[in-house]
Write a protein that binds this ligand. Structure first.
Ligand code: GAL
Length: 403
């Protein structure tokens, strides 16, 4: 589609995986804003929470020499594609708009390759959240959110005894890995998480702390309903909304679902960080691939500038459930969960307890992440022992690192 003439706003094809209620509403804000600037938006949604199907589609497009102009791509994945020389930078826009001044340094670093911005961050998602239905909790006299995994287990046992599904869950590898990494964070703490899940230290991976983490995952397996296998994450959120289950452990894109359904924070649903007092980071960004034609290059620049504009950062994140990537956007219109996320983010940066999500592609290369997801899901769907799990995990990670 070589369009030579440039029209105001340009043309941009956007590949993403935002198809659930809250996700579609949020990306719709981006489309609307881009089109209001005269741009032509070509939507390429690839359904599948967590983005694995989208990343497979992306690889096929790049190999075919026809990459989309902008892709929902984040974390180390940005560097992996940049090293293959298929990205184009938007550094001219970033320098003109001084992005370095309004982004947390940890985030700015993720968006750059060779010192140049090749991606624009739309948000800061937090992964380590409990979501709950307060009316369901009240049925068994639970009035406070659990602060430790032991407290969670006590609450879950009470709920189960009353015939209530304690944990709404979708049995998909990325969802299994999302709850597992939050368990590791709560049982081991931020330093241990980094050692085991990011630095992939064999001793940490096979330690008692890791065995305890799998023991806790085994407990959580006992708190899901019989039909959990294969369920999409937003359908698990809907179970909590409808009072069919008490809790969900999921990133704050779940809040986007509650809000899109008109649910009120603190009334229809409540939020609390999962145990550990840290912050598990997942930041969405759009990464720009090399495309041809003045119109499409213009589209990339306009989209990059729009994504980082304060007005858009507010509108998008109010719908998405996340908080702005920009540090200078007021949170006046945001709810208590968002304000808590922001406060805890600042504290985590201060205390060095900010960790990158493995399940959401912020921490390790895709090959290593794949081994984590496979092993955790195998454990969740079998009676594998925790001791065997840590051995197999360490072996799989080592294999992925040497391939
Ligand atoms: C994450 C993504 C989020 C969210 C989620 C579920 O990986 O970063 O924005 O939408 O998947 O699809």
């Amino acid at each position: 589609m070589a369009t030579t003439a440039t029209h105001a706003g340009g043309t941009v094809e956007v590949l993403h995986w935002w198809t659930s209620g809250g996700e579609a509403k949020a990306v719709g804000e981006l489309k609307k804003s881009f089109e209001s600037q005269g741009g032509t938006w070509i939507d390429s949604p690839i359904a599948g929470g967590g983005g694995d199907a989208a990343m497979t589609a992306l690889r096929a497009r790049v190999v075919a020499g026809n990459p989309p102009a902008a892709v929902q791509l984040k974390g180390p994945g940005i560097q992996e594609w940049a090293r293959q020389d298929v990205l184009s930078d938007v550094d001219e826009v970033a320098q003109k708009e001084q992005w370095d001044k309004v982004l947390p340094p940890v985030l700015a670093a993720i968006m750059k390759y060779d010192g140049k911005y090749v991606a624009a961050p739309v948000n800061i998602h937090r992964v380590d959240w409990f979501w709950a239905n307060p009316a369901v909790l009240a049925k068994v006299g639970i009035s406070e959110m659990p602060k430790t995994w032991d407290e969670f287990n006590d609450d879950a046992d009470k709920l189960k005894a009353a015939g209530i599904t304690p944990l709404a869950h979708g049995g998909q590898p990325w969802q299994d890995a999302t709850i597992f990494e939050n368990v590791v964070l709560g049982i081991g703490g931020a330093d241990f998480y980094r050692k085991a899940m990011v630095e992939l230290d064999p001793n940490a991976l096979t330690s008692d702390t890791m065995v305890k983490s799998f023991d806790q995952l085994r407990k959580l397996r006992g708190y899901v309903d019989a039909n959990f296998s294969g369920r999409d994450w937003n359908l698990a959120t809907a179970m909590v909304m409808r009072g069919e289950a008490a809790f969900q452990i999921m990133g704050d894109w779940a809040k986007g679902e509650f809000l899109a359904a008109g649910k009120k924070p603190g009334v229809d649903f409540v939020c609390a960080p999962t145990p550990g007092g840290a912050f598990n980071l997942n930041a969405d960004s759009f990464t720009f691939f090399k495309v041809h034609g003045a119109d499409r290059l213009e589209g990339q620049k306009v989209l990059a500038s729009l994504i980082m504009s304060p007005g858009f950062q507010e509108t998008f994140n109010l719908a998405k459930g996340s908080i702005p990537a920009r540090t200078d956007v007021s949170l006046d219109k945001f709810d208590a969960c968002a304000v808590k996320s922001h406060e805890d983010l600042l504290a985590a940066i201060e205390n060095n307890t900010l960790v990158p999500s493995v399940a959401h592609e912020m921490a390790v290369p895709r090959s290593v992440r794949g081994e984590f997801l496979d092993l955790v899901t195998k454990f969740f769907n079998s009676d594998m022992s925790s001791v065997d799990a840590v051995k197999e995990l360490a072996a799989a990670v080592k294999r992925a690192q040497t391939e």
